[in-house]
Design a protein around this ligand. Structure first.
Ligand code: GLN
Length: 489
């Protein structure tokens, strides 16, 4: 049963060939079996899952089924869930039980999904391998014996979905945290247009960049999840007033039958070092799009390679302000000191891990009066230039394609410096700075048998066409989308 896509499962649930309870049990068994090995869940919620499933079965029986009734999902442990601990993978929030439900998780409840648990991530979503998690790193189910990263920061979500421990999951993407982990686990992951999905109740990292989005095994499934997640929310001041994304059962072709489409390739990315596998697969998929009738055009985003530097100033700056609230006073960890300041110091020193502390320091430094103009304002200007360049590029093409990363999943014990980790975000951060939608879709398997992904990027609020083109790439790449075989079962 774990081999079904969300779309197939919905059909079988509707025809009563399977029940939501059976589907939930199949996933709970899989979690029992592999949950520890993959370390993909921080908190498991089996009782809640069975109760959700029973309620879904009842609605299906009396003909009042919701959009995703009975679909078992994992919720990134950054979304506040009422009565269920929400940790952000930090010691600071290790025992935090919210009294409210985030908008996104509420939308999944309203859609009838079954909550399997809260998935693992980098601490406060800061990282690329999910190694900064206070609860240890999740493992990539692909070639599990090699102990590879499932990516970050949404690495628990990708580990769970790729391994068949959830049918779909939520992620958040501030600089690539949905797309990069999906690209190295053979999944489809989308960073929607900024403002399409509400951030309310999602633990903040860098508010002007944070974007909730779906993680699934097929493009249609990702679109189904996005239909549930999208929509205006009064509680989030940056939520767009006309945010909406609706898809009923599957995405329609955007190519073939003489349809015209201009697909852009970013010139500046041509000179970036990527693996031969990535290069070959990317070229193959472009050739496929061409043979379907797409016109390939070269576009320029002049500052795209500066996006990384701008991101690593803006994101820490916003983070240092957002995380100032963890002071041991109202909620979260508190370590008693000799006086107020000592309590602040001790609490924050004990509660935050090394990478989070590094970002706080960088963030406060670039916001200081001596550095503000030279660093922060300069980064803000680069950001504006990149957003403008995307706008101009989209006058010459309808959609853009580019790699999601340079190579396949690396071992969890790779010894990289902070800067080497940051450099892995080269292909993803520009889209966050510009606020445009981008999806990562599998484009094939490398020689070593591991998956690689490429991105489709669109104009703001062109999320539908981004997914439609991704579906053509998915079909051409034809990567097996069943959960990865774990330990030779
Ligand atoms: N790897 C990036 C970082 O460490 C992106 C994280 C994210 O998108 N949440 O900031």
């Amino acid at each position: 049963m774990i081999n079904l896509t969300i779309k197939q499962a919905l059909e079988k649930l509707k025809s009563r060939e399977i029940s939501a309870t059976e589907l939930a049990r199949a996933h709970l068994e899989r979690i029992e079996k592999y949950g520890d090995k993959l370390n993909c869940y921080i908190t498991r919620t089996p009782e809640r899952a069975l109760a959700d499933a029973a309620a879904a079965d009842e609605r299906i029986a009396n003909g009042t089924a919701h959009a995703l009734d009975g679909i078992p999902i994992a919720m990134k442990d950054l979304f506040a869930t009422k009565g269920i601990r929400t940790t952000a993978a930090s010691h600071m929030l290790e025992n935090f039980v919210p009294e409210y439900e985030s908008t996104i998780s509420q939308k999944f409840i309203d859609a009838g999904t079954v909550l399997l648990g809260k998935s693992n991530l980098d601490e406060f979503a800061m990282g690329t391998f999910s190694k900064t998690s206070y609860f240890g790193a999740p493992v990539n189910p692909w070639q599990i014996e090699k102990h590879l990263t499932a990516g970050g920061s949404s690495g628990g979500s990708t580990s769970a979905v790729a391994g068949g421990l959830a049918m779909g999951a939520t992620g958040t993407d501030t600089g690539g945290s949905i797309r990069f982990p999906c690209s190295i686990t053979g999944l489809v992951g989308m960073k929607p247009t900024y403002g399409l999905c509400s951030r309310w109740g999602c633990v903040a990292f860098a508010s002007s960049l944070d974007t909730p989005g779906p993680i699934a095994r097929t493009v249609d499934d990702a679109a189904l999840l996005l239909s549930v997640m999208a929509g205006h929310d009064d509680k989030d001041s940056t939520s767009s007033p006309n945010a909406s994304f609706e898809m009923n059962s599957e995405l329609k072709p955007i190519l073939g039958d003489g349809k015209k489409l201009r697909v852009g390739v970013i010139k500046e990315f041509n000179n970036v070092q990527i693996s031969n596998d990535m290069k070959t697969l990317f070229e193959k998929r472009i050739a496929d799009l061409k043979s379907l009738g797409a016109e390939i055009v070269e576009v320029s985003i002049p500052n795209v390679l500066d996006a990384l530097a701008a991101y690593y100033i803006i994101a820490p700056a916003e983070a240092s302000s957002n995380l100032a609230r963890y002071d041991g006073m109202r909620y979260g960890l508190r370590v008693e000191g000799s006086d107020l300041y000592d309590t602040y110091k001790k609490t924050r020193a004990a509660g935050f891990g090394e990478e989070v502390q590094r970002r706080m320091l960088i963030g406060t430094a670039v916001l200081s009066s001596e550095s503000y103009e030279v660093y922060f304002m300069q980064a803000a200007r680069v950001r504006r230039m990149i957003a403008d360049a995307f706008n101009s590029a989209f006058e010459q093409c309808d959609l853009i394609v580019c790699p999601s990363g340079a190579s396949t999943a690396m071992p969890l014990d790779s010894d990289l410096s902070p800067l080497e980790y940051y450099a892995l975000d080269l292909f993803t951060v520009a889209m966050n700075l510009a606020g445009v939608p981008a999806v990562s879709v599998p484009c094939g398997l490398a020689q070593n048998g591991l998956p690689l992904g490429m991105q489709v990027v669109g104009r703001r609020f062109d999320d539908m066409r981004v997914l439609q083109l991704a579906k053509h790439i998915e079909t051409a790449a034809n990567v097996d989308n069943r959960p990865t075989v774990i330990m030779g079962e």
